[in-house]
Design a protein around this ligand. Structure first.
Ligand code: HC1
Ligand code: SF4
Length: 575
C-alpha cells in the first residue's frame, strides 16, 4: 500500500493507483475532460494539472502514479487560473450553442465552465464551420463541437478494436474524423454508439427519432405496439432520479401507454423465443456435426463487426434472429392474426439500449419477414427519457402496470440477456432441459457470470454432454477467440468451444450506446445486479417454462426450428 497526502488529506491506495484516482478516494475532485475510467489516460486536455509540495514540477494527475510520501496540491489560486485559461481556450473554438445542444445540462465542458465562472471570452473565437455527418442513420457526428479530447478515438480503436474514427492534422488543425475522412457510414463503424456515450460534449450523439414516434403514434389508424429491451428497465430510472439498477419495468409500461402505445410487449419474451430457437439450433449442430462453435447473433454491433472483419465466420453465427426482430415478426403475424388486426396498420416500435439496433431493423436479410417492416422504429433509452419529459409525464410517480398478453410475459432467462454472460446462462438453463429432460435444481450458473473480458470454461450437463463455452464483451476482446476459430479452420480443425456469446459493449447491453450517460464500471455493476434481481423475482427462470412461449409453440410455431419458425424467427447474414 502507498500512503500519500492530497490537499492535506491523508489517503492510502494500492500500488498502480494514479494521483487522480487517489484524489477521488480522498474525496477531492480534480477536473478532467479527456480522462474516462474506461480508457487508458492520455493526458490531452491538461486540466488535471497538480503540483507537488517542494517541487517546481507540474504533474498530470490522470497519468501520474501515486507514490509513497507524495504531498499533492490539487487546488490553489495558480492552478485555478491555469485551468480557467485552458477552459477559455477550449471555448474559443467551441460553439457556445448550449441551448440547442443535445448535451445541454449533461455536458462535461458546460459543467466545468459553470464551476470556473467563465463569463467572457478573452481569446479570439475561431469556431470551425464543419458539416454534421448523419450518414449512418443512427449516430450523428458534429465535428464543429469536437474538443479533441480523444475519448471517442480511443474508445473506437482500443475498447472496440474498430478503427472507424481517427485524428487527422496536428496542433490547432487537429480534427476528429471517420477513417480516411469518408462518411461515417462508409467507414468500418459498427454503430455500437460507445463513442457517443463517452463523448464529454455534444459532438457525437444518437439520431433523435422521438418526434417520429409521437407523430406516428397519434395517427388514429395505427395500432401502436411497443416492446422494451431487457437492459432498459434497469437504467431508464437514472434519468428520473432513481439509482442505477433500480427496476422500473411497470412504470415504463405505463409511460409508454401514456405516450400513445396501444399495447406494450416485452423484448424479454422475444429473448425467451431466441433461446428456444438458438438452443435447439445448438443441440442440432452438435448432434448432426454442424459448423461449431456456434456464435450468438443478437448483438447488431457484433454482426456489423463480424460481417466486416471476419466474414469467414458468418457460417458460425446462429441463424436465430435477435429477440427484438423475433418480437417484431411475431407482433405482425401471430399476434395481429389473433387480434384480428391488419398488420399493415400495426406500428411496431422497440425501445433499446442500443444505437446499432436502429440499423438492425433495416438489414434487408430479415427486415420484412412478416411481409411488412417487422420493426418500424427503434428509440434508445435516452430518446424515450426525452419524450417522457416532453410530454410532461412525472415518471417517478407513475403507477406500475402489467405487460400485455400473450407476447409480453417473460422468464428470468429473458431478462438477463442484457448482461454479459446472460445469453449463455439462459441458453444453458434450457439446453440442460433439452438434453436431460430435467430442469437444473439451481438455475444460477455462476461460472458464466463475472466481468472477465473473455471468460471460458466447460459445463457438465448431468454427465450426458459437455458444453465448452466462451463469453466475450467489449468488441476488441473478441479478436483473440475469433483468430483462434479462424486459425483452427485454416488447419481443418475446430476451436475447442461449442457456444460463444459475443456482445460489443463492455458489460453487455446494460452499458449500451443508447443508455443514460455517465456509464462506468460502478454503474455497470449496479445495472447488472438489477438484472439478476429481476431474474430472481420471476416466477419462471427458464425460457422453456414460460407459459406464453409454450402457448405460441402449440398454437402457431409447432416446434423450434419448424418451417414457420425458420421463416419468421431465423435469418442469414451477408458480408
Ligand atoms: Fe440487448 Fe437483446 S440483450 S441485444 O443487448 O439479445 O439492445 O437489452 O434487446 O434483441 O433481449 C440490446 C438489451 C436486447 C435483443 C434482447
Ligand atoms: Fe447494442 Fe447490446 Fe450489442 Fe451494445 S452489446 S451494440 S447495446 S446489442
Amino acid at each position: 500500500a502507498i500512503h500519500l497526502t492530497i490537499q492535506g488529506v491523508e489517503v492510502t491506495v494500492e500500488e498502480g493507483t494514479t494521483v487522480l484516482e487517489a484524489a477521488r478516494k480522498a474525496g477531492i475532485r480534480i477536473p478532467t475532460l479527456c480522462y474516462h475510467p474506461d480508457l487508458k489516460p492520455f493526458g490531452s486536455c491538461g486540466l488535471c494539472v497538480c503540483k507537488q509540495e517542494g517541487s517546481a514540477k507540474i504533474i498530470r494527475a490522470c497519468s501520474a502514479p501515486a507514490a509513497e510520501g507524495m504531498k499533492i496540491i490539487t487546488h490553489d489560486n495558480e492552478l485555478f487560473e491555469v485551468r480557467k485559461t485552458i477552459l477559455e481556450l477550449v471555448m474559443s473554438t467551441h460553439p457556445a450553442s448550449c441551448l440547442t445542444c443535445v448535451r445541454n445540462n449533461k455536458c462535461e465542458l458546460q459543467k466545468l465552465c459553470v464551476e470556473y465562472g467563465i463569463r467572457e471570452q478573452p481569446f479570439e473565437e475561431r469556431i470551425p464551420d464543419l458539416p454534421k455527418d448523419k450518414s449512418t442513420g443512427t449516430i450523428v457526428l458534429d465535428p464543429s463541437k469536437c474538443i479533441k479530447c480523444g475519448r471517442c478515438v480511443q474508445v473506437c480503436q482500443s475498447l472496440q478494436g474498430v478503427y472507424a474514427l481517427e485524428f487527422i492534422g496536428r496542433g490547432d488543425s487537429t480534427l476528429m474524423t471517420p477513417a480516411a475522412s469518408l462518411p461515417l457510414n462508409d467507414s468500418p463503424c459498427i454503430k455500437c454508439g460507445q463513442c457517443a456515450t463517452h463523448c464529454p460534449v455534444g459532438a457525437i450523439y444518437e439520431l433523435d427519432e422521438g418526434g417520429t414516434f409521437l407523430h406516428e403514434a397519434s395517427k388514429s389508424e395505427k395500432v401502436v405496439a411497443v416492446q422494451i429491451a431487457p437492459a432498459v428497465r434497469v437504467a431508464l430510472g437514472e434519468e428520473f432520479g432513481f439509482k442505477a439498477g433500480e427496476i422500473t419495468t411497470g412504470k415504463i409500461y405505463t409511460a409508454l401507454k401514456r405516450l400513445g402505445a396501444d399495447y406494450v410487449f416485452d423484448t424479454n419474451f422475444g429473448a425467451d423465443m431466441t433461446i428456444m430457437e438458438e438452443g435447439s439450433e445448438l443441440v442440432k449442430r452438435v448432434s448432426e456435426g454442424g459448423v461449431l462453435p456456434q456464435l450468438t447473433s443478437c448483438c447488431p454491433g457484433w454482426i456489423e463487426y463480424v460481417t466486416k472483419y471476419y466474414p469467414d465466420l458468418i457460417e458460425n453465427l446462429s441463424s436465430a434472429k435477435s429477440p427484438m426482430m423475433m418480437q417484431g415478426a411475431i407482433t405482425k403475424t401471430y399476434w395481429a392474426e389473433k387480434m384480428g388486426i391488419d398488420p399493415a396498420n400495426v406500428y411496431s416500435v422497440a425501445i433499446m439500449p442500443c444505437t446499432a439496433k436502429k440499423i438492425e431493423i433495416k438489414r434487408d436479410e430479415h427486415m420484412k419477414s412478416s411481409g411488412y417492416d417487422d420493426v418500424d422504429l427503434v428509440l434508445t433509452t435516452r430518446e424515450l427519457a426525452r419524450i417522457i419529459r416532453q410530454r410532461g409525464i412525472d415518471f417517478a410517480s407513475l403507477p406500475e402496470t402489467e405487460v400485455d398478453s400473450p407476447i409480453g410475459e417473460y422468464s428470468g432467462a429473458g431478462t438477463i440477456f442484457g448482461v454479459t454472460g446472460g445469453v449463455m446462462e439462459a441458453a444453458i438453463r434450457t439446453a440442460y432441459n433439452a438434453i436431460t429432460g430435467k430442469d437444473l435444481s439451481d438455475p444460477d450458473i455462476m461460472t458464466v457470470r463475472g466481468r472477465g473480458e473473455f471468460r471460458h470454461g466447460a459445463i457438465d450437463v448431468d454427465g450426458k454432454a459437455t458444453l465448452r463455452f466462451g463469453v466475450v464483451h467489449g468488441m476488441a476482446n473478441a479478436k483473440e477467440v475469433l483468430d483462434e476459430i479462424r486459425n483452427a479452420k485454416a488447419r481443418g480443425e475446430r476451436a475447442p468451444y461449442e457456444f460463444i456469446e459475443i456482445m460489443a459493449c463492455r458489460g453487455g447491453c446494460i452499458a449500451g450506446g443508447g443508455q443514460p450517460l455517465g456509464t462506468d464500471d460502478e454503474i455497470r455493476s449496479k445495472r447488472t445486479s438489477g438484472s439478476y434481481t429481476d431474474d430472481k423475482n420471476c416466477a419462471k427462470r427458464c425460457s422453456h417454462q414460460n407459459p406464453s412461449v409454450q402457448k405460441i409453440y402449440s398454437e402457431f410455431f409447432e416446434a423450434p426450428l419448424s418451417e414457420k419458425a425458420h421463416h419468421l424467427l431465423h435469418t442469414s447474414y451477408k458480408e
